[in-house]
Write a protein that binds this ligand. Structure first.
Ligand code: AMP
Length: 286
């Protein structure tokens, strides 16, 4: 694996690499969820590029940015072990040479996709995500972009960005990898103390219960309420939202309306850590 700290160096190497190139953007503190993306990227002999960049413009709280875990040595070991070919490990100035205020995505309109959930609860977050992904795509020019379903709303925003900017990169989405108790793997899980870690397993259980309720035809607002109440009953959990929404519009799912898939998504504070997770309910069996 070749590690590059500048875009110029990476582009020099990639000009000689074989295509297709599959790109996996990350913020580091890598775990098995990220590795599932690297494995998917490398399938069928593709050239794999990963980036580790804790993008300051997508953090709406400076304390969250400062507390974000950083494990560069272990990250490089894992990436190499999973066959990653190139690691781009830039400084902020290399990603934003003209300053972070300038963004090729500031005029984009994500409509309902950013109206609720993370968009409503983390002001500026998706503007920062679109900004950094568009910058990284301009640097790497991959044929494929590999992202995790764990960040369902992020995937929807990036899919819309690719369409709006007519970027011909194919988006590949990888299912969520979970711990033994069902907790979605996340870099932020490292910051959970033992008791918060135990409590965090409840998030998956409540999302699974709500997803089963949707599949059984229960009302979405009732299921949201039940999941919120069950999580709030645990003194270590503070749910911010539980939403049952249409997977394409990310607006609240209304029973009786046609939907390709339904998403049950939640954001929950677990001690000092904010965690997100979701379940997809295909509607073909409903
Ligand atoms: P992050 O480093 O948190 O920005 O995540 C980088 C990429 O890994 C994103 O596309 C995430 O959706 C994906 N990812 C994070 N956690 C998981 C997981 N548990 N399973 C699958 N993909 C994940």
């Amino acid at each position: 694996m070749i590690t590059c700290q500048t875009a110029a160096e990476l582009q020099q190497h990639l000009s000689e690499a074989s295509t297709p190139i599959a790109f996996v953007p990350t913020m580091g503190a890598l775990h098995a969820g990220h590795m599932a993306l690297i494995d998917a990227a490398g399938a069928n002999g593709k050239t794999v590029v990963a980036s580790i960049f804790v993008n300051p413009t997508q953090f709406n709280e400076s304390t969250d940015l400062a507390a974000y875990p950083r494990t560069p040595t272990e990250d490089a070991r894992l990436l190499k072990h999973h066959g990653c070919d190139f690691l781009y490990l830039p400084a902020v100035e290399d990603v934003y040479p003209n300053g972070a205020a300038e963004s090729a995505t500031s005029e984009l309109n994500f409509g309902s996709l950013t109206a609720r959930m993370e968009g409503a609860n983390r002001p500026g977050h998706f503007a920062g995500v679109a900004q950094v992904v568009s910058r990284l795509l301009a640097i790497v020019s991959p044929q494929l972009l590999v992202m995790g379903q764990k960040d369902y709303q992020q995937v929807a925003v990036i899919r819309s960005m690719l369409q709006q900017l007519a970027i011909p990169t194919e988006l590949v989405v990888v299912p969520t990898i979970r711990e033994a108790d069902g907790l979605a793997m996340s870099s932020r899980n490292r910051r959970l103390g033992p008791e918060d870690r135990l409590a965090a397993g409840e998030i998956n259980r409540q999302l699974a219960a709500a997803a089963a309720g949707i599949a059984a035809g229960w009302g979405p607002r009732q299921l949201e309420g039940l999941a919120l109440d069950a999580m709030a009953a645990n003194p270590r959990l503070r749910p911010e939202y539980v939403e049952v929404c249409d997977g394409d519009t990310l607006l609240p799912f209304i029973p009786g309306t046609a939907a390709r898939e339904i998403i049950v998504a939640a954001a929950v504070w677990c001690g000092p850590v904010r965690l997100i997770d979701n379940k997809v309910v295909p509607t073909c069996n409903l």
